[in-house]
Ligand binder design. Structure first.
Ligand SMILES: *Cc1c(COP(=O)(O)O)cnc(C)c1O
Length: 306
């Protein structure tokens, strides 16, 4: 039994009417820990557990850390998550709820990650948030479920942070014989590391992350995501934080599900349908995210209402 669940696949009436085409939603916001991350992280943790790992270590204060904490609790394996001082109270609270040990260290993710790496041993497994083939193989189950439902889309819309979801979705398309299905990769301004790499024609590192969509805040995408940009049809689209926030709020009204701005970036494409091109039957990966409260979303949005 995998740790993730088979999530609902629904045709969204409000989004289909707005976008004047069929918009299907893969509702991974409904995974037990609130995001698609459980697919890959759960799979990686199971493999490490089978190989004898007695402890899982993560350096993500976001949804990847939450997924590791959830997987560890389910497998009976203790989890340590090292997070920087910038991590929100809400995120620490959620990690605590899953029973993980939380160590706060350093002012940036780099510093937290460095400490996390010193905690490793042959039986303590480090679970990377996006750059690991085990993770991609787990994420690919999202497309397996869509294929099992017989709903081949014209295009898949998803958000890109470090590119783990992108690699998993493309692996899933390929293993289901859907390698001809293009991907539309959404990012926010200030976190657009995939866009920067495709523009530069090589992997590049952003100087800093300035978007509120912190779950997209990888300064550099993984090598495999860049490789796929050379071999698979991937269109890069960048939206503003404001558009991502607006999509979060409208999605809450339309589908009664609260998601992070990281997910709002992908949803924004369906709410601004000129960004979807000619595709008539679109699958949007509702990747979810548990770390933003409604209060936080409203606080961020108030900046644009003035
Ligand atoms: C991690 C995450 C992303 C980005 O996934 P990557 O694999 O890093 O590209 C998008 N949305 C949410 C909610 C996430 O947690």
């Amino acid at each position: 039994m995998p740790l993730h669940i088979n999530t609902p696949l629904i045709e969204s009436r409000p989004l289909s009417v707005t976008a004047k085409r069929s918009v299907w939603l893969k509702l991974d916001a409904l995974q037990p820990c609130g995001s698609f991350k459980l697919r890959g992280v759960g799979y990686a943790c199971e493999i490490h557990h089978q190989r004898g790992a007695t402890h899982f270590v993560s350096s993500s204060g976001g949804n990847a850390g939450l997924a590791v904490a959830y997987a560890g609790r389910k497998l009976g394996v203790p989890v340590t998550v090292v997070v920087p001082e910038t991590t929100t109270e809400r995120a620490k609270e959620l990690l605590g709820l899953e029973g993980a040990e939380v160590i706060v260290h350093g002012s940036s993710w780099q510093e937290a990650n460095q400490l996390a790496l010193t905690l490793l041993s042959p039986t303590k497994a480090f679970i990377h948030p996006f750059d690991d083939p085990l993770l991609w193989t787990g994420h690919a189950t999202l497309i397996d479920e869509v294929a099992q439902a017989g709903q081949k889309p014209d295009a898949v819309v998803l958000s890109v942070g470090g590119g783990g979801l992108l690699c998993g979705v493309i692996e899933g398309l390929m293993r289901n014989g859907w390698q001809d299905v293009p991907v539309i990769a959404a990012e926010t301004e200030g976190a657009a590391s995939f866009h920067a790499a495709t523009e530069a024609g090589q992997l590049v590192e952003l100087d800093r992350i300035s978007s509120i969509a912190t779950s997209l805040g990888a300064k550099r995408i993984c090598e495999q995501a860049y490789q796929y940009s050379q071999t698979h049809s991937i269109q890069s689209v960048v939206v503003t934080d404001q558009a991502a926030l607006k999509a979060c709020k409208q999605f809450l009204v339309d589908h009664r599900v609260l998601v992070e701005p990281a997910c709002g970036a992908a949803l924004a494409l369906a709410y601004e349908p000129h960004l979807l091109g000619e595709y008539q039957n679109v699958l949007v990966v509702v990747c979810g995210g548990a770390t933003a409260t409604l209060e936080q979303i409203e606080q961020w949005s108030s900046k644009y209402d003035r």
